[in-house]
Every structure is written in C-alpha cells, then in structure tokens.
Design a protein around this ligand. Structure first.
Ligand SMILES: [Zn+2]
Ligand SMILES: [Zn+2]
Length: 328
C-alpha cells in the first residue's frame, strides 16, 4: 500500500496464535481513521497493513487457550486490540491511554479482507441475529461517538452541537436525541445537512455557522482545528467542547476571553476502552440504533474512501465482504 491508495493482494489465510481467533469477515465499516492510515496522516505502524477496524464476522478457528468464544460465533472486531494491563492507565481503568496499546488495521491487519485474526479478549461477542452491515459502523463510529458524548458533560435535556456529520456524528445525534437532548448540527455537504434534519436535529447549518442558542456541550468530529475556537465561542459559560478525532489540523491561535475564559472546558477523546464498547453495544441494542448505511463492494472501496475524503459520504459506508452469512 502506498500513501493514498489501496492494493488488492492475495495472502495466505492467517493462523490464529494462542489467545487469538480467526474471523471470516462478513462486513467492515469504513472509518475516517482508515483514510488517515491510507494517506499516512498518522504515523505508519506497519507498512502495507490491511486497514479496516469495524469488522463483523464469524469465528472459524480458535487459537490455543481461547475458551470464551466458539467456532460459528458472530463477533465484532474493533480498533483497540492490545493493552499491557499493567501500566498506571490500564490499572486505573483508562486502557485507552495505555502507551503499549495496539490497533486493528494500523498495528495488525484489519477487516478489508476475507479473513482477519483478532485477540479473543478484545473481540465483542454479538447476538446471532444482528445484521452485520448495520452493526459494523457501531464498532468504531458508534463507540468513539459514545465516548465523546460521555465526555461532553451534557446535562439532561441539554443543547448539544455537533461539528461535522459523518458516520460517528450521525450515531451520536440519534443517541443524544433519544436521551432528550436538543441537537444542532454544523457541517459541510448538503446531503449531510439533509440527513441531520431527517434524524431530528433542531438547527442545521454550514460548518462554521452559529446555532441560535448557546450550546451546553459541543463535539468536533471534523478534523479541522479552525473549528475549535468556533465551537468554543458557541458554547455557554461552564460548557464543554470535546475533540473526537484521532487527527486534526493545527488549532489557530485563540482569544482567551472569547474561547476559553468563563470555565469552558476543552477535552479530547483518545481511542476507547473495552468497557466503552460494551456499553455502546448495550445502548445501541436498547435504542435499536440503526446507522444510515451505504454498502460498498470490494471493487468500489477506493471510490468509497475518496467519497469520505471529499465529504461526499452520507452516514456510514460499509464494505460488504460476504453477504451470505459465512460458513455455518
Ligand atoms: Zn497499559
Ligand atoms: Zn475508526
């Protein structure tokens, strides 16, 4: 893989090591982070790695010492795939900050493939009857969005602003609205604004537009540092702005008075814990959370990635690898 493009390659089926499972991929969500890996906007961890970290698939082989999963189980393979378990952060319940953490589709081959291997301890068991295509985007867009929402200090019935409205934001909007929030969406792309209105956002505008009332909380999903002072200025005294991306352009210099003073908190999100994942999957099941999905066959993967790059994608894009349910 060179920067900016994907190559289709034939590789031997990987063999699961002790503690790992082999997963037959059914569907894999496409995330903006996959673009950052492909475009080498985040450091290369493994040259030629296969991206894709929102995998729904079926376990077809167990490595040694795997007891919690069985052959035939439907599972989700997500971004976080290893933490040390011993550092200060791991021991404090913040394994997302572990300096020894490893990630699917960055440190190890991911789900833009027929098969992938994953550590069993980081795999999410799924109900046998879930739809692989609408479940795949939950595994990063959903989990990261949920963590961002959890860090946003949104009061009950509060006003939440979302800057950027891709796969993650359109799931957060649905969760927040279901819990009684009033949601404003500021985003580029007419089709994104149309989806925001359809999902129940009260105010919908261009990316840097100002919502009619001050926000209690804002989440910036767009990887554009110029939006940080915009979001802070739209947030009330004592409010919180969360930056949800793994990568962002530089933040411009900001007026302390206009941006931060009056106890506005600026926070970031870094990956997620397995607990975040389990809680998001529970919330998604209870709310019947359904992403707006465009399915993508292998031969259109490059085009789909270009669409995300250009802001043309609507909702979540999902690579469909096998729509027959896999081996039973
Ligand atoms: Zn650790
Ligand atoms: Zn992701």
């Amino acid at each position: 893989m060179s920067a900016g493009a994907l190559d289709l390659v034939a590789s031997p089926v990987p063999v699961p090591a002790a503690g790992e499972v082999l997963v037959h991929v059914l569907a894999c969500g496409i995330c903006r982070t996959d673009l950052h890996v492909i475009d080498q906007e985040i450091p290369v961890h493994r040259p030629g790695v296969t991206p894709g970290h929102q995998v729904v698939g079926r376990v077809t082989q167990l490595g040694a010492d795997v007891e919690a999963l069985s052959i035939g189980d439907l599972v989700g393979v997500a971004w976080l795939r290893h933490t040390c378990g011993a550092c200060d952060w791991c021991r404090a319940g913040s394994e997302n900050l572990c300096p020894h953490s490893e990630y699917t589709g960055w440190d190890a081959d991911g789900g833009f493939a027929d098969t992938t291997v994953a550590p069993a301890a980081y795999v999410y068991p799924l109900a046998a009857d879930v739809d692989p295509i609408t479940t795949a985007p939950l595994l990063c867009a959903g989990i990261i969005g949920y963590r961002a929402l959890s860090r946003a200090n949104l009061p009950p019935g509060g006003r939440l602003g979302l800057y950027g409205f891709g796969s993650s934001a359109h799931l957060v909007a649905q969760i927040a609205i279901a819990f009684g929030a009033r949601v404003s969406v500021m985003t580029r792309g007419a089709q994104n604004r149309e989806l925001a209105r359809k999902l129940g956002a009260g105010f919908v505008g261009e990316e840097a537009s100002v919502p009619p009332d001050p926000l209690d909380s804002a989440i910036v999903f767009a990887p554009d540092g110029a939006l940080v002072p915009v979001a802070l200025a739209a947030t009330r005294s004592g409010g919180t702005v969360v930056l949800a991306g793994i990568e962002m352009s530089d933040t411009p210099s900001m007026s302390y008075e206009a941006s931060l003073f009056r106890e506005r908190d600026l926070r970031t999100v870094t990956a997620n814990t397995r607990d975040d994942g389990r809680r998001l999957l529970d919330v998604a099941a209870s709310l019947r959370l359904t992403p707006t999905v465009t399915t993508v066959p292998f031969e259109q993967l490059d085009q789909a990635i270009d669409d995300i790059r250009a802001g043309r994608a609507r909702g979540s894009l999902v690579l469909v690898v096998d729509d027959q349910g896999g081996p039973t």
